[in-house]
Design a protein around this ligand. Structure first.
Ligand code: PRX
Length: 647
């Protein structure tokens, strides 16, 4: 077990005794109720118990609602523990299920995406139009030499071309690796180099909150040192003049020239276990992990959770506010909603621009029925008061969701009262980049407690255990684990299977999530936060080591420790402790320079809010910085075991 596991969160539990029960009407009409009925259940607890004993039946039922070119032979098998397969020998393509199967049916005329730009401009794509644009780009990629198995990096703003690019890759069986458009060039370079991408798809630039982002310029800096990249496709979003490198860079429209919108590139008939994408996320080392998701099981997991948790119905207008650069965008902006034939919203901007009612205005304008967002956004909007939402008709909403970090009861209640008009249920969904889909989450039929992600999704055997893997029982804190693989779980870490194995051997034979949590008497889970060196800033996942290694690359810096500190708005913010090299003096100017250094190396999300110059840092005898001790001292908590401390 890793030495930096700590458990000190029990006292931070946000226990609330208020319970919000759903109306009979919601229960009667929920998708999950209909499914439970087919299995002979009306009570979730009984049904959940059944699902643990009948995992394969549950997941095959859901998988059967999707299109398979060839049916699977085995539902689940361990290949060599902890490696496993779902739906072996099934032939599948997720994009066929997102698009092709609707062509020639009335769904082709339905809106897949309403796009709203930062500056208020709008665009709409029906399923048919999206299908055409995806086929066109797939053909263009083929012309550029892209084949099944080639990796494609995507570095784009929240525009519809980003979604088209993702689907065009998946259609060909070319794994996509989306890099969040808010990352800086070295973060992009590191990810391109790790996955050895052949093509990069990017855009000239974009505006966010009125501010210009020169994306192509950032991409160019990254591309100075990415030998595998052969071609760069550039979408014209702003239409500004950008550097185009002869022979390498090509505008999207030029790549598509001569490829008519009636061109069809048949979906590659892939193995269920073929790679769909790599998404980099932060862990306990400085190097981000390339989480690998596959075509079949990932599709089944995101399809099922979208159907049951968000309870998608044909008339819904669904808005997941996440950026496609994060897993929430992959699963709930793109794949889950499209496989459920939903209409979704994509918004390029930020909640407070040009005014703090931008989101409420969008909800009113598109008559959005389901809103899925992050606690940090709710807390941010709360600060602007209740007048802003009150100015708008939000009566189209019927369901709310939350993701990315624990939602504090105060924010939950504000969300419920002000946005949900005291009536709407909130789906507080706990999951991770690695899990692919929602794991501990209510469906609309469950009574809710503000601050709790409630209970596991069907078949998910989650528990709270001590470091030896023993269940700790109710109302005691411990490590959150899951006992058995589910279809949408990552298959490996790209080129680093040993790192994947640590998820299954930190605590023997169970999936170790890296979170501390507690289960109450009703079996409700209360997630308390990470137990490793992952910091959650505004729901964005950062690693202590990534920030530290960025700072030590500055000539003035000798050593650094980065920790997360509780933050009322962001959930956590980054504080760094810096030891300067001999000959450098602490000053305000240097402090600003170091912050800027992180901004240009990792990206604005990683910039520390606090930076303190120190003379020494607590270390183990082997020279490892003890962040656990620094954090405890900083927060005034007990420092715990100091036996390995050097001085
Ligand atoms: O600590 C948990 C927190 O986010 C982590 C996963 O981060 P990431 O891979 O970026 O995925 C975020 C979006 C799925 C988890 O280990 N987390 C996520 N959702 C919740 C949460 N913590 C509490 N409540 C949640 N609903």
């Amino acid at each position: 077990m890793s030495s930096n596991l700590k458990f000190d969160a029990t006292d931070r539990v946000m226990h609330e005794e208020r319970v919000f029960s759903p109306s009979q009407d919601i229960i009667d009409n929920a998708n999950i109720t209909a499914y439970m009925k087919t299995k002979g259940f009306s009570d979730y607890s009984e049904f959940y118990k059944w699902s643990l004993a009948n995992r394969e039946e549950f997941w095959s039922d859901l998988a059967s609602e999707l299109h398979w070119f060839q049916p699977w032979k085995t539902v689940f098998e361990w290949t060599e523990k902890p490696f496993f397969k779902w739906f072996s020998e099934g032939k599948f393509n997720i994009v066929y299920n997102c698009l092709d199967r609707y062509i020639g049916t009335p769904i082709e005329e339905k809106v897949a995406y309403h796009w709203e730009g930062d500056d208020g401009s709008t665009r709409t794509l029906t399923y048919k139009e999206l299908y055409q644009r995806v086929n066109q780009l797939s053909a263009a990629l083929q012309k550029l030499g892209v084949q099944k198995g080639d990796r494609i990096s995507i570095y784009m703003p929240a525009i519809l071309e980003q979604i088209i690019a993702v689907l065009a890759c998946a259609r060909l069986g070319a794994p996509h690796s989306v890099v969040f458009g808010g990352f800086a060039s070295s973060a992009l370079r590191e990810r391109i180099v790790d996955c050895e991408a052949k093509v990069l798809i990017t855009a000239d630039g974009n505006h966010r909150g009125g501010k210009l982002v020169e994306l192509k310029k950032l991409a160019d800096e990254a591309l100075l040192d990415t030998p595998t990249i052969e071609k760069v496709i550039v979408a014209k979003h702003l239409g500004t003049e950008v550097n185009m490198q002869e022979g390498r860079d090509i505008y999207w429209e030029d790549a598509c020239e001569g490829i008519g919108l009636d061109t069809v590139v048949p979906c590659e008939e892939l193995d269920a276990e073929d790679m769909l994408y790599i998404l980099y996320t932060s862990g306990s080392t400085g190097k981000p992990k390339g989480v690998v998701h596959i075509q079949g099981g990932y599709a089944v997991g995101t399809y099922a959770t979208t159907k049951f948790v968000f309870d998608i119905k044909p008339d819904d207008v669904f808005w997941c506010t996440a950026d496609v650069g994060w897993v929430t965008g992959h699963s709930y902006v793109i794949y889950g909603p499209l496989m459920n034939a939903a209409t979704s919203i994509v918004f390029e901007g930020i909640p407070t621009y040009p005014a703090p009612d931008r989101w409420w205005q969008i909800i009113e304008k598109y008559k959005i029925t389901i809103l899925y967002t992050a606690p940090t956004a709710i807390r941010g909007l709360m600060r602007h008061g209740t007048d802003w939402p009150a100015k708008h008709d939000l009566s189209s909403l019927r369901l709310l969701g939350s993701v990315g970090e624990p939602i504090n009861p105060e924010a939950w209640i504000w969300y419920h009262e002000q946005i949900g008009k005291n009536a709407l249920p909130i789906m507080d969904t706990w999951w991770q980049t690695e899990t692919g889909a929602q794991m501990i989450t209510p469906t609309p039929i469950l009574p809710l407690k503000p601050g709790s992600a409630t209970r596991p999704f069907p078949t998910i055997e989650a528990d709270i255990v001590d470091k030896d893997g023993n269940s700790v029982g109710h109302d005691k804190g411990g490590f959150l684990i899951v006992r058995y693989p589910w279809p949408s779980l990552m298959r490996t870490i790209y080129k680093d299977p040993a790192r994947y194995e640590t998820y299954w051997n930190t605590i023997e034979d169970v999936y170790f999530a890296g979170d501390a949590a507690l289960k109450d008497d009703d079996g409700y889970f209360w997630i308390q936060g990470r137990v490793d060196d992952v910091i959650k800033v505004s729901g964005h996942r950062l690693g202590s080591m990534e920030i530290e290694s960025s700072l030590v690359s500055h000539p003035a810096v000798a050593e650094v420790a980065a920790i997360g500190k509780p933050d009322e708005l962001k959930g956590e913010h980054v504080k760094v402790f810096v030891i300067l090299k001999n000959g450098f003096e602490a000053s305000d100017a240097l402090l600003h320079e170091l912050k800027l250094h992180v901004r240009t190396n990792v990206g604005p999300v990683a910039v520390p809010d606090e930076l303190e110059f120190v003379a020494s840092l607590p270390k183990t005898r082997s020279g490892k910085i003890m962040r656990r001790v620094i954090r405890a001292k900083e927060l005034g908590e007990p420092v715990g075991d100091l036996s390995t401390l050097d001085s």
